[in-house]
Design a protein around this ligand. Structure first.
Ligand SMILES: [Zn+2]
Ligand SMILES: [Zn+2]
Length: 240
């Protein structure tokens, strides 16, 4: 998928890593972040995406965005939750390969800079995971990504949201159940930090968007001025 965005992404400007964090192959002199083979495994979002949520579609708005109220002003993603990107996110989350957070956050940074005016953002926050899952995994992947993104964009990172009840694992639920499962599952922490802020909300995967939508709604209710979303991966529209 060759597009403006893809070419932009190839201009990654990172200090050299000795070997590819995804496949372990030693980098050649021109390779940075991921090796070129692993970059080729990613299905980057090209020029066909929903103008509201960033999901891959040939329509202006995807089905979900036509049917549901969205509280974030825009959401965008790096690539499709498939092929290489799906694999790297799984390795990061379930195989303890935290070294993947940096090159993945590098991609997030490039996309955030491409889609959003960074000087019109005040801070970065992220979707929290439940305490029990944090203990089991040892880290929150959304936090790792957000922390690196914040440092590259030179924006402050703030913890603004907390989970109030553990939700069943999203991937194990059917679409309709997923949409219902998120109602009232977050609360605002540090409300005084939210007022008047233009927030960039980070998560790893955008599926139906129910998670980031709920979080955006709470942030706006707590006085945020605007919420934009950036995720690594997104889905495909149900109608083409
Ligand atoms: Zn590689
Ligand atoms: Zn959409």
């Amino acid at each position: 998928m060759l597009s403006k965005v893809y070419n932009f992404i190839l201009e990654l400007l990172y200090p050299a890593w000795p070997s590819c964090p995804a496949c372990g192959r030693e980098f050649s002199s021109s390779e940075i972040g991921f090796c070129s083979e692993c970059i080729d495994e990613i299905e980057f979002i090209g020029d066909d995406y929903c103008i509201k949520c960033g999901k891959l579609t040939e329509n202006k708005l995807c089905l979900d965005c036509r049917e549901q109220e969205r509280f974030f002003s825009q959401a965008r993603a790096v690539g499709l939750y498939d092929a290489g990107l799906k694999e790297y996110i799984k390795q990061l989350k379930y195989e303890q390969r935290q070294q993947l957070a940096r090159p993945l956050a590098g991609l997030l940074t490039r996309y955030a800079e491409y889609y959003y005016q960074i000087n019109r953002l005040d801070l970065i926050t992220y979707i929290p995971i439940h305490k029990e899952r944090l203990e089991e995994r040892g880290f929150n992947q959304a936090y790792l990504l957000a922390k690196q993104l914040a440092s590259e964009l030179r924006l402050p990172i703030k913890s603004l949201l907390a989970r109030i009840v553990d939700t069943a694992r999203q991937s194990e639920l059917a679409r309709q159940e997923r949409l219902q499962n998120l109602a009232g599952k977050f609360k605002i922490e540090n409300q005084q930090l939210v007022k008047g802020q233009r927030i960039l909300l980070v998560d790893d995967i955008f599926t139906t968007g129910a998670t980031v939508n709920e979080a955006s709604k709470l942030l706006l209710e707590a006085g945020a001025k605007d919420v934009k979303v950036i995720t690594l991966a997104t889905g495909m529209d149900l109608v083409r």
